[in-house]
Each structure stands twice: as C-alpha cells, then as structure tokens.
Ligand binder design. Structure first.
Ligand SMILES: [Zn+2]
Ligand SMILES: [Zn+2]
Length: 256
C-alpha cells in the first residue's frame, strides 16, 4: 500500500542552530539549515506511526498539523529521542485505547523508570499521557504493515533502526553488523545517520554513510542526525544525485 514519510526532525542531539554557537550554519538564512531533533512520521491507510518522540515533538507536531498518533517505535533511550513523550498527552486524551510505545526490552525498562509518573499505576492526579510500553524484539505488524527492528551499533550499545516496506530508518549508529546489512536489500528509501565529516565515537560520518549506500544500493538515500558542520546547499552539491541531506518537513512517498 502507499505510504508517506515525513521528516519531523533532521538534526543532531543539540539541534541546529545550537545554543550559543556563532558558526555560519547556525546563523544561516536557509530554512533547511534549521534542524530539530531527529524523528520521522510514517502515514499509511489512515494510520500514523512515529519513530521516536524528540524534545522538539511539540513544535514538530504543530508544524505538521499532527492530530493522531497510533503507535510510537523507539530506537533507543538517549534524551534527544525520547523527551517529547509527554507531548503525546493531548493526542492520547481523545483516543479509546492507550497509544502503544514499542522499544527494545531494556529500553522499555529505562523508559519505565525515567517516566515513573506516567507508568506508575498509583499516580492519581490525572493529566498524564495515556500510553503503554510494549517490548519489540522481532518483526511486528501495525495496522497491516510490517515493521522490522534492525540492530545497529551506537558507540558501545546496540540499538534499533527500523525497516518498513521499501523504506528503512537508521538514526544513531557507528556500525551496522553484517547480519543487519542483509536485512536492508532492495530499498527504495534509506535514511541513515551522517553527523558530519569528522569521525565521532558513536555516529556515522558522511564518508562512512556514502560507503554504506554504495554497498546497499537503495534507489535513494537521505542523511539525518546532521550537525552544524554541514551546510545544506553546499553539502548537497558535493553528494551523488541519489543521496541528499534530509531536512525538517521533507515528505516522501513509498510502498509499505
Ligand atoms: Zn541521537
Ligand atoms: Zn543516541
């Protein structure tokens, strides 16, 4: 079935512009150089699935006119991917069922302890998000579409990316194990981490991600989790035509 992917945020953990930074990208007049924290929305058959809820989720949801979220898939529990969880509240209040939040089993435990006021059954003052945690450790079906967790290495931890139909979203990785590479063949759209040019212990670089694109050969590839080292227009001009920097608000169609 037809699906639409919306880039809610394309920036690294500190966002671009970065607080207090004097650099040219942080002061750029090009709106593509304004990057909120990294997340996407996948829309198909009238359903809306988010990957991560960033500290910028409120702003992203208002910008994109989001009224419904049917499920959230978490990649990992770093602050830039989860801190918007509370802004699911207004969306969760007028739904009959709680919004399911899927994460790796150890990430579920981190979320449960970080947000005890949400998941603690004794909280009796109301006003909390109507959400429930669910483990994901293999493929799941959501509203008629299959989502496969893809294990990637992020510094010294393993986290998830996701494949859904002909698209995959891999934010935050320094390495992709061979067993995961075999799950990423035949893609129309591949999103992948490309923080900057300079090496980083927990993130991929432009050069490394270009190598991965050459190996996987998706029809089109889009970089995300981008820091202020990469000016949008100038960087795009240096990339092959089938590889682009993503940007906040970018929309793509694909088959799920
Ligand atoms: Zn991140
Ligand atoms: Zn991270």
């Amino acid at each position: 079935m037809k699906a639409k992917l919306t880039v809610l945020g394309s920036g690294t953990s500190m966002g671009v512009p970065t607080i207090g930074c004097d650099c040219a990208v942080c002061h750029s007049a090009d709106s593509h150089d304004r990057r909120t924290r990294p997340s996407i929305m996948v829309e198909y058959g009238g359903h809306f699935v988010l990957i991560d809820t960033t500290p910028d989720f409120r702003e992203q949801a208002i910008r994109e006119g989001i009224q419904t979220v049917d499920a959230v898939l978490y990649t990992h529990t770093h602050a830039d991917h989860i801190l918007g969880i509370d802004d699911l509240r207004p969306i969760s209040f007028h739904r009959p069922e709680k919004i399911p939040l899927y994460a790796r089993p150890e990430a579920v435990e981190v979320l449960r302890s970080m947000f005890r006021y949400i998941f603690d059954a004794d909280y009796k003052f109301g006003g909390i998000a109507r959400v429930e945690l669910k483990n994901i450790d293999g493929p799941i079906e959501l509203f008629g579409a299959r989502f496969d967790p893809i294990t990637v290495v992020h510094g010294d931890t393993e986290i998830y990316g996701y494949r859904f139909g002909s698209a995959a979203y891999l934010t935050d990785f320094s390495d992709i194990p061979t067993s995961s590479m075999t799950q990423l063949g035949g893609l129309d759209i591949l999103f992948l981490d490309a923080l900057r040019h300079k090496p980083h212990p927990t993130h991929s670089t432009v050069e490394n991600s270009l190598r991965i694109v050459q190996q996987l050969k998706p029809k089109r590839a889009f970089f995300t989790h981008i820091c202020h080292d990469l000016p949008h227009a100038e960087t795009n001009a240096s990339l092959p035509p089938d590889v682009r920097l993503s940007y906040d608000g970018m929309k793509l169609e694909f088959e799920i």
